[in-house]
Design a protein around this ligand. Structure first.
Ligand code: CP
Ligand code: NVA
Length: 304
C-alpha cells in the first residue's frame, strides 16, 4: 500500500489485511513480543488541528516499531506561512520516510501524495478520517467476531467520520444506516459509492436508522474548524442524540462507538457513554494498533 488518503481508495482485501495485521500487532504488544519493523525510519507528523489520540497513537506506535516520530506543528512550519504544499512535499520527501498529516482540505493531502515521493497518511481532514475508521472496524470485529450480517448505524453530522464509516462499513460487508438532518448529509462522492451497494440507507429519522443496529456510531455536532457554528448546529441536531430511547430500537447487544472527544449531553448522553465506556475506550486503544498496521503497510519493506 503506497498511501492512506481515504477509505474510498482501499479495496476490501487491503482493509482486511490491515485489520489482521493490527490484531497481530496488538497480540504481540500484549505478549511483549518486539516488532521493530520500522527500525531506522522517520515519520513526520504535520498537525494543522488539535489532537490527542492521533498524535499519541502515531508517536508511540512509531516508537514501538523501532522508528522515530517527528511532531511538526503547522503553525511553526513555513507551510503555515504559505509555502506551497508542492514544495513542502518535495522537501520533506528528501528527509523523511513517510508523512502523517492532519489538516482541513482533503486536496492538501492528495497534493502531498502527488508531489512527494514518500507514503502519505491522512490523520483527518474535513472530508474523512480513515485511520479512525480502521480502528473502529477492528473494534467491531473484536466484539462481534466477524462483520457477517451486521448492521452499522451512524447518527448525527454527515462529516468526516460519517464519510469514512459509510465507505469502510460497506466495504467490509456490513449494512449501513445513517440518520442526518437534511442540510448535514454525507459527501456526494460517498453517497455515489454507497447508494449502488443496495446495503445503504439514509434518513433524517434517527430511530428508523437505529432499528436492529448491531453498532451505533456518533460524533460531535461541530467539528474542528466549525466552532463558530456550534449554536446553530445545536438547534439543527436537536433529536440526533444517542440515548436510551434510541438504543431501545437497536439490537439488545448493540455496541456504541465514539471516536472522541465526546460532548456528553449533546450527541450522546452521559448514561449511554458510561454504559458503553469499555467499548469506547477499547476503540480508542485500537487507534494505536491500527495506526501501527498502517505504518507497517506503508513505510515498511512489505515483509508484512
Ligand atoms: N479521534 C481522534 O482522532 O482523536 P484526536 O482528535 O484526539 O486525535
Ligand atoms: N468530526 C470531528 C472528529 C474528531 C476526531 C472533527 O473533525 O473535529
Amino acid at each position: 500500500m503506497k498511501h492512506l488518503l481515504k477509505m474510498l481508495d482501499l479495496t476490501t482485501d487491503e482493509i482486511l489485511d490491515l485489520l489482521n495485521l493490527a490484531d497481530q500487532l496488538k497480540y504481540e504488544r500484549k505478549h511483549h513480543i518486539p516488532h521493530p519493523h520500522l527500525a531506522g525510519k522517520t515519520l513526520g507528523m504535520i498537525f494543522q488541528k488539535a489532537s490527542t489520540r492521533t498524535r499519541v497513537s502515531f508517536e508511540t506506535g512509531m516508537t514501538q516499531l523501532g522508528g522515530y516520530p517527528l511532531f511538526l506543528s503547522a503553525n511553526d512550519m513555513q507551510i503555515g506561512r504559505g509555502e506551497p504544499v508542492q514544495d513542502t512535499a518535495r522537501v520533506l520527501s528528501r528527509y523523511l520516510d513517510g508523512i502523517m498529516i492532519r489538516t482541513f482540505a482533503q486536496q492538501e493531502v492528495e497534493d502531498l501524495a502527488k508531489y512527494g515521493t514518500i507514503p502519505i497518511i491522512n490523520g483527518l481532514t474535513d472530508f474523512c478520517h480513515p485511520c479512525q475508521v480502521l480502528a473502529d472496524l477492528m473494534t467491531v470485529r473484536e466484539y462481534k467476531g466477524s462483520f457477517e450480517g451486521l448492521k452499522m448505524c451512524y447518527i448525527g453530522d454527515g462529516n468526516n467520520m460519517a464519510n469514512s464509516l459509510i465507505v469502510g462499513g460497506l466495504k467490509v460487508g456490513m449494512k449501513v444506516a445513517v440518520a442526518c438532518p437534511n442540510n448535514y448529509q454525507p459527501d456526494q462522492k460517498v453517497l455515489d459509492f454507497a447508494n449502488p451497494t443496495g446495503k445503504f440507507t439514509l434518513t433524517d429519522k434517527p430511530i428508523e436508522a437505529a432499528v436492529d443496529a448491531d453498532v451505533i456510531f456518533t460524533d460531535v455536532w461541530a467539528s474542528m474548524g466549525q466552532e463558530h457554528e456550534a449554536e446553530k448546529r445545536k438547534l439543527a441536531f436537536d433529536g440526533y442524540q444517542v440515548n436510551d430511547e434510541l438504543l431501545s430500537a437497536a439490537h439488545p447487544e448493540c455496541m456504541v462507538q465514539h471516536c472522541l472527544p465526546a460532548h456528553r449531553g449533546e450527541e450522546i448522553t452521559a448514561e449511554v457513554f458510561e454504559a458503553h465506556a469499555n467499548e469506547i475506550f477499547d476503540e480508542a486503544e485500537n487507534r494505536l494498533h491500527a495506526q501501527k498496521a498502517v505504518l507497517v503497510k506503508t513505510l515498511g519493506n512489505n515483509e508484512n
